[in-house]
Design a binder for this molecule. Structure first.
Ligand SMILES: Nc1ncnc2c1ncn2[C@@H]1O[C@H](COP(=O)(O)OP(=O)(O)OP(=O)(O)O)[C@@H](O)[C@H]1O
Ligand SMILES: [Mg+2]
Length: 346
């Protein structure tokens, strides 16, 4: 649906060139919710603005639904842009227009008749759950309601793609959830392709099928959201997923352990198996659970366990080796038999 090929955007300045986006290649499937995460200044907004040629890339290609956007100009480009809706952190609503007129205005440019504009706008407000606010002004709405209006407005021209730049960053956690659920519903109901930029991995975890991590204008890692959480490769990706999966075990508790402290990740098929109880039956070790959690990412389980395994040195070592045979990720955070000061691996 969206193919970005070797896209770069350089801003020349007296102090030297600033690279906004650096040689990015991405392909986003039809009907997919694709997340782009990165810290401030990573180039997320620049990349998004290049996707609808709000910003002209310095080099590279943007192909949406088979149309090479950079080969278009004038009226043709404006027409192509109508199939790309966009929403922002700051909502960008016209404060002097009512809610329904804000939505209807988006249809004016595409030559829809007045009655039809109104009817379609009311339908869209119903879709986003705001029918009762149609005749109010944006100033009378909460942040979440304002974002619903801008979503309705972005959907006015039946876009194929919806680009969202930090659409939930100004909202509280509950309102964020409800806006994300709305985006998910629209994605499923209308088959809309959604590109979602955020600095919160939690947002990605909630609704994105796939995602990319950006740093200094480049995409450093991309893949299915579940795989990024379960098998991250890059340090930066690990830092982002830790914001969601992280937990803290007091150092004193680790020091008190009578054996080895191991950190286990249960991903994919093994997430549903009884590995720990099997281990305890087949090895003469005891397990004291220090932490246990199952996250559901795209409806798949990802388990994290920290256990204190005690027993003889040989039994504990054999137990850890046997865990390593079934699990991809077994980290020994404290080896109670060789060195008590061994720091946690991460
Ligand atoms: N119009 C511009 N002129 C010059 N430099 C720019 C311009 N827009 C962006 N940049 C630079 O490009 C880089 C990427 O900026 P961008 O706004 O895309 O980052 P971002 O990932 O969206 O950050 P944030 O999370 O803060 O919104 C930054 O170094 C920024 O200073
Ligand atoms: Mg930005």
């Amino acid at each position: 649906m969206i193919s970005i090929q070797q896209l770069s955007k350089v801003y020349p300045s007296k102090q030297g060139d600033v690279v906004g986006v650096d040689d990015v290649t991405l392909s986003i499937e039809k009907g997919e919710i694709f997340g782009i995460v990165g810290y401030s200044g990573a180039g997320k907004s620049t990349l998004l603005r290049c996707m609808n040629i709000l910003e002209r890339p310095t080099s590279g290609k943007v192909v949406i639904d088979g149309i090479d956007l950079l080969s278009l100009s004038g009226k043709k480009l404006r027409e192509a842009r109508q199939s790309i809706g966009m929403i922002f952190q700051g909502f960008h609503l016209a404060m002097s227009k009512t809610v329904v007129d804000n939505v209807a205005f988006a249809l004016k440019a595409s030559g829809v008749k007045k009655d039809e504009r109104r009817e379609r706008s009311l339908e869209l407000l119903e879709l986003v759950g705001l029918s009762d606010k149609a005749h109010q002004y944006p100033a009378q709405l909460s942040g979440g309601q304002k974002q619903r209006v801008s979503i309705a407005r972005a959907l006015a021209n039946d876009p194929k793609v919806l680009l969202c730049d930090e659409a939930t960053s100004a909202l509280d956690p509950n309102t964020t959830k409800s806006i994300l659920q709305l985006l998910k519903r629209i994605n499923e109901k209308l088959g809309l392709t959604i590109v979602l930029i955020t600095h919160e991995m939690e947002v990605v975890k909630d609704i994105c099928h796939r995602c990319a991590v950006m740093e200094e204008g480049r995409v450093v890692e991309q893949g299915r959201t579940y795989d990024m959480f379960a098998f991250p490769k890059e340090e930066l990706t690990k830092r982002f997923i830790q914001t969601v999966l992280d937990f803290h075990i007091p150092e004193a508790l680790l020091e008190q352990s009578s054996g080895s402290v191991v950190h286990l990740t249960f991903a994919g098929e093994v997430a549903g198996q009884s590995i720990v109880s099997d281990l305890l039956q087949s090895h003469p070790v005891k397990a004291n659970i220090l932490h246990g959690k199952v996250d559901y990412i795209q409806d798949k389980a990802l388990g994290t366990f920290v256990m204190d395994l005690s027993g003889t040195k040989e039994a504990v070592e054999e137990a850890i080796n046997s865990l390593r045979k079934t699990l991809n990720d077994v980290e020994v955070w404290r080896d109670g038999f060789t060195d008590h000061s061994l720091a946690r691996a991460k």
